[in-house]
Every structure is written in structure tokens, then in C-alpha cells.
Design a protein around this ligand. Structure first.
Ligand SMILES: [Zn+2]
Length: 51
């Protein structure tokens, strides 16, 4: 799990991870702000805990 400060609601939140096919979306669970989204298999993803 990863924590970060949401630029939208200014709270420290745990990223909400959502997968839609090959696309992974990390968003704020409080306000829904999207931190980052990327497509798997394009080399953008770093090693992450996959649990
Ligand atoms: Zn937020």
C-alpha cells in the first residue's frame, strides 16, 4: 500500500488501486482524484507489492 497527500482534498490517503483490463488507475479514496493511470506492459510500472 502507498500513502500520499492528495492535492485535491489535502489529506494523506491510501491510494485506491483499480484495474480496468490493462489499465491501472490510482485514485484518492476520499475525493476520487486520480493520481496516476497507466497501461500495464508499457514499462511505466515499477516493482510493486502485488498482494
Ligand atoms: Zn482526495
Amino acid at each position: 500500500m502507498a500513502r500520499r497527500t492528495c492535492p485535491s482534498c489535502k489529506q494523506v490517503v491510501e491510494e485506491n488501486l483499480k484495474r480496468e483490463g490493462n489499465v491501472v488507475i490510482k485514485s484518492c479514496p476520499k475525493c476520487g482524484h486520480v493520481f496516476v493511470s497507466y497501461e500495464k506492459g508499457k514499462g511505466y510500472i515499477s516493482t510493486s507489492t502485488n498482494s
